[in-house]
Design a protein around this ligand. Structure first.
Ligand code: ZN
Length: 266
C-alpha cells in the first residue's frame, strides 16, 4: 500500500516528522530559549540562505527526476512537470524553479526562494489542470510570503531550543549544526488555515488568468477528500493528523461557490 502523508496544507503535505523533537524538550528550557530568541533576529538574507541550503539538501537526499533521466518513468515525470509548470517560471514577478521527487508520499512544497517541489505520487493522482491548481496554490505561498514567514518562525523557534538562555548563535550556526533536520523542518513548516485559504484564492485567480477552469482546483481537493476518507480511518496512517487539518471537502465547496458567484457576475 502506498504511504500517504497528508499535512496541514493538504496540498503542501508536510513531512510528518517535522516537529517530532520539540515535544521531548523541557518547557522551562524552551521558555528561557524563547526569551533569548526575542533578541535573535532573522534577516531576509538569512531566510534566502537557509532556503537555498534546505532545497539543496532536499534535492541531494531525494531521488530527483530529470528530463535527461535514463529511467523512462522518471524522465516522463520531469517532462510532464516541465510541460505543465514551464510556462509559469516567471509568473507574477517571481523567479520559480521546480523539480519532481520520485517518492511515494503524496506531497508538494514551496520555499521562499521560489523553489517548488512536486512528488511523483501526487502527479499520479492528479490531471494536468488539477496539478496546475496545486502549483498555483504553491506559487501563492511564495508570492504571499507565507513560506518566508514560516521560515522565519521556524528559525526563531529552533534558535530558542538550540541557544536556550543565550543570545549566542546565528542562523548559519543552526543550519550547520543539523542541516538535514533543519531542511526537513523548514520545508515541512505548516501554514495557518487562513494562509491556506488565501493560497487557494490565489490559485483560483491564477487558473482563471491563464484560461483554465478553476473547477480543476475543486476537483483536486475532492481527490484529497476521498483519500482522507480512505486513509483517515486507518490508525497507522495517523488519523490524528487528519483531524487538525483543513477539510478538503470544505475547500472544494469553497472553490465551487466562488465559481457559481463568478458565473452570476457574467
Ligand atoms: Zn498550502
Amino acid at each position: 500500500m502506498k504511504k500517504v502523508l497528508l499535512s496541514a496544507c493538504l496540498v503542501c503535505f508536510a513531512i510528518g516528522t517535522a516537529n517530532a523533537q520539540f515535544g521531548k524538550l523541557n518547557p522551562k528550557k524552551i521558555e528561557a530559549g524563547l526569551k533569548a530568541a526575542s533578541a535573535f533576529t532573522v534577516s531576509d538574507e538569512d531566510i534566502a540562505q537557509s532556503a537555498a541550503a534546505s532545497v539543496k539538501w532536499m534535492d541531494e537526499n531525494n531521488p530527483v527526476c530529470s528530463v535527461k533521466d535514463k529511467d523512462p518513468k522518471k524522465k516522463a515525470y520531469a517532462e510532464r512537470l516541465e510541460r505543465i509548470f514551464g510556462p509559469y517560471k516567471n509568473y507574477d514577478g517571481l523567479n520559480l524553479n521546480y523539480k519532481v521527487y520520485y517518492v511515494t508520499d503524496v506531497n508538494a512544497f514551496a520555499c521562499p526562494d521560489g523553489s517548488v517541489r512536486v512528488f511523483s505520487s501526487l502527479m499520479d493522482i492528479m490531471t494536468d489542470d488539477e496539478l496546475l491548481g496545486i502549483i498555483g496554490h504553491e506559487i501563492g505561498h511564495v508570492k504571499l510570503e507565507h513560506s518566508k514567514k514560516a521560515y522565519r518562525q521556524t528559525l526563531i523557534t529552533e534558535a530558542a531550543v538550540q541557544f536556550a538562555g543565550s543570545t549566542q548563535g546565528t542562523v548559519g550556526d543552526l543550519m550547520k549544526s543539523n542541516l538535514g533536520g533543519m531542511a526537513e523542518k523548514l520545508t515541512g513548516a505548516q501554514f495557518s488555515q487562513s494562509q491556506e485559504s488565501d493560497s487557494d484564492d490565489y490559485s483560483y485567480k491564477f487558473l482563471v488568468a491563464n484560461g483554465k477552469n478553476p473547477q480543476a482546483l475543486a476537483d483536486g481537493f475532492k481527490k484529497f477528500a476521498d483519500m482522507e476518507k480512505e486513509y483517515g480511518a486507518d490508525k497507522s496512517m495517523g488519523s490524528k493528523m487528519f483531524s487538525s487539518h483543513p477539510d478538503s471537502e470544505k475547500r472544494a465547496k469553497r472553490v465551487e461557490e466562488k465559481i457559481k458567484k463568478d458565473a452570476k457576475k457574467k
